[in-house]
Design a protein around this ligand. Structure first.
Ligand code: MV4
Length: 448
């Protein structure tokens, strides 16, 4: 096992990793920008080292600075958290070349899954159901027309280098194809420096269901069921739950096994998420994330496992502490993301937190790096905490969420907390009746 791990991240996820290290008897190293000298992760880690000025490009995203921090402190492994360098294959290559262990999959697996066409082809070949569409990139409008005629409208033109919904354009009919194709191309070129696009059948009202998988680093893999992350605004998830309210045990076992077998066959190591659009009882693969996700705690709650501990075990060569048959799904969990944002427009709203009081009690987990008196710097993303609740069933989890939100106090800044109080009063949310467009429609209706 490692003696010392460097945590290449900040905020609540840095605390999450430091906590796992401490429980495993592993020493932790925090890295921080000059803007984060007073941050909680710096205080909580065993050691801390400054890696640069406030802009992330010169600190949390600086490969040489992070490698140097590892060498100076003698850390043997790097946990990247999520975001920042967590899915940067070139970074992982450099880490590997320096004889440092990256706590995550190989650079080769990260690279394949970062290319949306290669990821889809790989998954399709492994027997994972994909959205009908072009085989690979679509070179010109003539080819696009042939595919549109073949799969039928509406279609969606997507950027190969995309993700997060950028460079996506719908064509509702053949008339709209040329403009969609050209716009997607030029947006992709501008955003990613790569104008390759592919085409898929457009699914009008799907849910976003993602399956948590884990490769053991020895050729085996397990799944830990799914999460429903359909409640999003502009591709930012706000409310996630596990299990999916519309997924039954047989469906879970079937898609879970398909995903676990697929990643086992490519020798995938570590945590991963296979994302699907789910419509009319069918799953369609869209993307794979090769990192631990923000919403991993809902899966931890219902299976009673520590996913970061398992990541560290697998990276050290110990393998997983459980087998598929040991995993028993227990109850229901919900996470809400607390962002430092002003409603109704979700404008980022950094500033000084005057009072912070976290809720507690049975089935309540608050992952946050806030403390009273902390000044949230304006340089990073607006996630300041995650409230996760667990109950014996979905109604109990939602009642507990309402109760916990009542206890949570964050004074001094605006947050997304009031939104969740309102959301819990909605009959569609109570019934689990929502798709990927529900939240934006609800927000639009609320504003009148
Ligand atoms: C789609 C789709 C409908 N049909 N693909 C958005 C970001 C990227 N991860 C994939 N996305 C979508 N792909 C087909 N063929 C609708 C979306 C989409 C979406 C997906 C998941 C969660 C929220 C979403 C919001 C708008 C569009």
């Amino acid at each position: 096992m490692f003696r010392k791990i460097l945590v290449a991240n900040r905020g609540e996820i840095a605390l999450r990793v430091i906590r796992a290290c401490r429980e495993m008897g592993i020493s932790s190293v925090a890295v921080h920008s000059t803007a984060d000298a007073d941050a909680m992760h710096v205080r909580m880690a065993d050691e801390a080292i400054c890696i640069g000025p406030p802009p992330a490009a010169e600190s949390y995203l600086s490969v040489p600075n992070i490698i140097s921090a590892c060498e100076i402190t003698g850390a043997e492994a790097i946990h990247p958290g999520y975001g920042f360098l967590s899915e940067n294959a070139s970074f992982v290559q450099v880490v590997e070349d320096h004889g440092i262990t990256f706590i995550g999959p190989s650079s080769a697996h990260i690279r394949v899954m970062g290319d949306k066409i290669a990821a889809k082809e790989t998954m399709k070949a492994l027997g994972v159901p994909v959205v009908p569409g072009s085989d690979g990139g679509v070179p010109d409008i003539e080819a696009a027309r042939r595919i549109g005629a073949q799969i039928g409208y509406p279609v969606l033109v997507k950027a190969t280098a995309g993700g997060g919904g950028r460079g996506m354009k719908v064509a509702r009919s053949a008339d709209e194809l040329e403009i969609a194709f050209r716009t997607a191309r030029s947006e992709a070129k501008a955003a990613f420096g790569n104008d390759e696009v592919y085409i898929e059948k457009y699914l009008a009202r799907p849910r976003h269901i993602e399956v948590q998988i884990f490769g053991d680093g020895k050729g085996g893999a397990v799944h830990l069921g799914e999460r429903d992350c359909s409640l999003q605004r502009r591709h930012q998830k706000l409310f996630e739950e596990a299990p999916g309210p519309t997924i039954d045990a047989a469906t879970r076992a079937r898609i879970g096994r398909t995903c676990a077998e697929a990643v086992a066959r490519i020798g995938y190591s570590g945590a991963g998420t296979i994302e699907f659009l789910y419509e009319d009882g069918a799953f369609f693969f869209i993307e794979m994330n090769t990192r631990l996700q923000v919403e991993h705690p809902v899966t931890e709650a219902i299976f009673g496992v520590d996913l970061v501990r398992e990541q560290i075990r697998v990276a050290s060569g110990l393998g997983l502490s459980f087998a598929q048959d040991d995993l028993v799904l227990n109850g229901h969990a919900v996470e809400v993301r607390i962002n430092a944002e002003r409603l109704p427009d979700f404008a980022p709203c950094p500033g000084r937190v005057k009072v912070f009081h976290a809720p507690g009690g049975l089935g309540v987990r608050m992952d946050s790096a806030l403390y009273g008196g902390y000044a949230i710097p304006p340089y990073y993303d607006s996630l300041i905490g995650k409230l996760i609740v667990h109950g014996r069933d979905r109604p109990e989890a939602l009642a507990r969420l309402r109760r916990a939100l009542g206890e949570l106090i964050i004074d001094g800044i605006d947050t997304t907390i009031p939104l969740f109080r309102e959301l819990l009063d909605d009959p569609d949310i109570a019934a689990g009746r929502y798709d990927i467009h529900w939240l934006e429609t609800w927000l639009a209706a609320k504003r009148g």
